[in-house]
Design a protein around this ligand. Structure first.
Ligand code: NAP
Length: 413
């Protein structure tokens, strides 16, 4: 039998709603700008080590470098080359470091563009505490949530006009004169479109994840008391979806108390909703009550970074942008240019994203091995500067040294 080292890499396919992953999948990566190359190098070593250790040479990843960001702009004149988008689309699973957002010019943000071009409608952010990571929480071990943030609608569509522009004035006049809602002709105006289809698919993704992973609840976070026909509708559409498509598997809070005595029965998921402002308080005071969270785009943006702070900050927060059968895993922080090429920063966000990726392609054993090695390294106080400055007992190491320590914990490398 040939070993993975002798086999040619092949594309991951998506057949009848299932990923089909060969023993040597080709996975594209974008190393990213600023600190990207430092954290990518470290991550690649840790992932390759975990795969080799777990599958004993029967599986490996064939990495395919893709251009985006500053290097792409220098070499091709484009920030996000069409070829890069095509390669991601055709390989189905990719991973990326942070990208500089070009100031001025046509592109608002490469990340937003990537999500929109590939219709990656779900931004998935697990928030889980790793022992030894400094946390402002009294009981950080209770923090274990997964955010499903809608990625393609809401104010993030960027449909807006500056105050005083012809378009803003015309729109203000239309809303005032035709619709009877007075809007100042001096106002800047933004539009917040949210559809039933867009809301349903993110809530469905959250419910499916909760059911598949034995999670207790899905909370729809919204500001529907004020924005009734967008965020309020998000909530209504979510409950209607659950009733229509998840009967018997998803229960409401009403049923929880009326029929089940306050205990979620095994195999079922509780669907509840909370208004965004109180939710920010409760995830701090009572984190154990929150599990999977489904939210519209802007709420999800705020909540993702707020929750990341509970478990070590953006340097430790993983993420993925997904649609059905297509996923881009990514570091959730930016390019931190002042630390570029210093071999200094924490690769945690990118390597935890890679662990999500291993699980996504069905290589969960390798993901768990890497997670255990990462946790063991942090637990013994071997950490990068960001965590070291918050821990008296820490031994501060460089990015590459951290990777070496994790690989050593995998055993035999
Ligand atoms: P940033 O790059 O995330 O850096 C902000 C601060 O976060 C850093 O100065 C550092 O804090 C900390 N940090 C970030 N990554 C870290 C890591 N791996 N390990 C330890 N600490 C880390 O945010 P920014 O300065 O606002 O943005 C810089 C550029 O990145 C901009 O061009 C922005 O558009 C872009 N950006 C890209 C993405 C993305 O690609 N997903 C996301 C956000 C921003 P200390 O200074 O306290 O050490």
């Amino acid at each position: 039998m040939e070993t993975a080292a002798q086999l040619q890499g092949m594309r991951i396919r998506y057949d009848e709603g299932q990923l089909v992953v060969p023993d040597v999948p080709i996975i594209p990566f974008i190393e990213g700008d600023g600190i990207g190359p430092d954290i990518w190098r470290a991550t690649q070593r840790m992932v390759d080590g975990a795969v080799e250790k777990t599958y004993g040479g029967q599986r490996r990843i064939q990495w395919l470098p893709l251009l985006a960001g500053e290097r792409a702009h220098e070499e091709t004149g484009e920030w996000l080359p069409k070829a890069t988008l095509e390669e991601i689309r055709s390989h189905r699973v990719a991973i990326k470091g942070p990208l500089t957002t070009p100031v001025g010019g046509g592109i608002r943000s490469l990340n937003v563009t990537l999500r929109q071009e590939l219709d990656l409608y779900a931004c998935v952010r697990p928030i889980r505490y790793i022992a030894g990571v400094p946390s402002p929480m009294r009981a950080p071990e209770q923090v274990d949530m997964v955010i499903f943030r809608e990625n393609t609608e809401d104010v993030y569509t960027g449909i807006e006009w500056p105050a005083g522009s012809e378009a803003a004035r015309r729109l203000a006049a239309f809303v005032t004169d035709e619709l009877g809602q007075p809007v100042s002709p001096e106002a800047g105006i933004g539009v917040k479109p949210m559809t039933r289809a867009g809301s349903e698919r993110i809530i469905r993704a959250a419910i499916d994840y909760a059911l598949a992973h034995g999670r207790r609840s899905v909370t729809m976070m919204h500001k529907g008391n004020i924005m009734k026909y967008t965020e309020g509708a998000f909530r209504e559409w979510g409950y209607a979806l659950a009733e229509r498509d998840y009967s018997g598997r998803v229960i409401t809070e009403q049923a929880l108390w009326d029929e089940f005595g306050g205990e979620v029965p095994a195999g079922k998921v509780l669907l509840k909703d909370r208004i965004a402002d109180i939710m920010f308080q409760q995830v701090i005071l009572r984190p154990a009550e929150y599990d999977v969270i489904a939210c519209p785009n802007l709420n999800g943006d705020y909540l993702s970074d707020a929750l990341a702070a509970q478990v070590g900050g953006v340097g430790m927060a993983p993420g993925a942008n997904m649609s059905d059968g297509l996923a881009v895993f990514e570091a959730t922080h930016g390019t931190a240019p002042k630390y570029a090429n210093q071999d200094k920063v924490n690769p945690g966000s990118l390597v935890l994203s890679a662990i999500m990726m291993l699980e996504y392609i069905g290589w969960g054993e390798a993901g768990r091995a890497l997670d255990a090695a990462l946790s063991a390294t942090i637990a013994e106080g071997v950490v990068t500067y960001d965590l070291a400055r918050q821990r008296a007992d820490a031994r501060e190491v460089k990015t590459s040294e951290f990777a070496t320590a994790v690989v050593a914990h995998l055993g035999g490398h």
